[in-house]
Design a protein around this ligand. Structure first.
Ligand SMILES: N[C@@H](CCC(=O)N[C@@H](CS)C(=O)NCC(=O)O)C(=O)O
Length: 211
């Protein structure tokens, strides 16, 4: 059976929602960041980078990185139509997920963990302030990408949507004015109506259940 290693509230929720939406049987393996379990000897054998998510396949091979895990899930369970299949549509889906991974997520990390980006405490204050602005600017861009759209890719729900939801929750967690972002907020409300999404938010005790 597929095994998904995740930590509640972390970026692994993108893959968690993706696999739940696929309808495939899988085992959810909590790997708690607050307890540093992602750095345990056992987990480093799964992902030597010590990060969640990781997806372990039946033959024990492991896929890491949300973009790659989500692409794999969409391709392995094509009946669920979790990715656009025409070449341009697929590229657009990957483009957005790559941007989430290489820009939006790191802007939040720099805001939450400035010590990873500057050793000097005074510089950390500046890193935190700047990255907080950068992260919210990225959330505004997501809001504008959702203009007149039901889902990130338009009328079709894809694996990109669970990924987009994470940043809304992170912004809420650090008390950014997420409700000002009208398209993003309406999208969040639509996401919460999906049984698979709700199930994962409940399993992870996500802030968005009561936001
Ligand atoms: N680009 C990676 C990022 C993975 C990542 O940074 N995961 C974080 C959680 S959001 C983590 O495991 N952090 C633990 C640590 O850095 O010790 C992906 O999208 O899968």
């Amino acid at each position: 059976m597929l095994k998904l290693y995740y930590s509640p509230g972390a970026c692994s929720m993108a893959s968690h929602i993706g696999i739940e939406e696929s309808g495939a049987p899988y085992e959810a393996k909590p790997t708690l960041i607050p307890k540093n379990e992602q750095k345990s000897e056992a987990y480093l054998k799964i992902n030597p980078r010590g990060k969640v998510p990781a997806l372990q396949l039946d033959d024990n091979s492991v896929i890491t990185e949300n973009v790659s895990i989500l692409n794999y899930i969409a391709k392995r369970f094509p009946d669920k139509k979790l990715m656009l299949t025409d070449p341009l549509g697929e590229s657009r889906c990957l483009t957005t997920m790559a941007w989430f991974s290489n820009t939006v997520h790191p802007s939040f990390t720099a805001c939450a963990r400035p010590e990873r980006f500057a050793e000097d405490p005074a510089a950390q204050v500046s890193v935190k302030e700047t990255s907080r602005k950068n992260f919210f600017a990225n959330c505004r861009e997501i809001d504008s990408l959702l203009t007149a759209k039901e889902w990130m890719m338009g009328s079709q729900f894809t694996v990109c949507d669970g990924y987009a939801l994470i940043f809304y929750g992170w912004g809420a967690r650090v008390e950014m004015p997420m409700k000002e972002l009208k398209n993003y907020t309406a999208f969040k409300d639509r996401m919460l109506q999906r049984p698979a999404v709700r199930k994962i938010l409940e399993r992870e005790q996500n802030i968005l259940l009561n936001y």
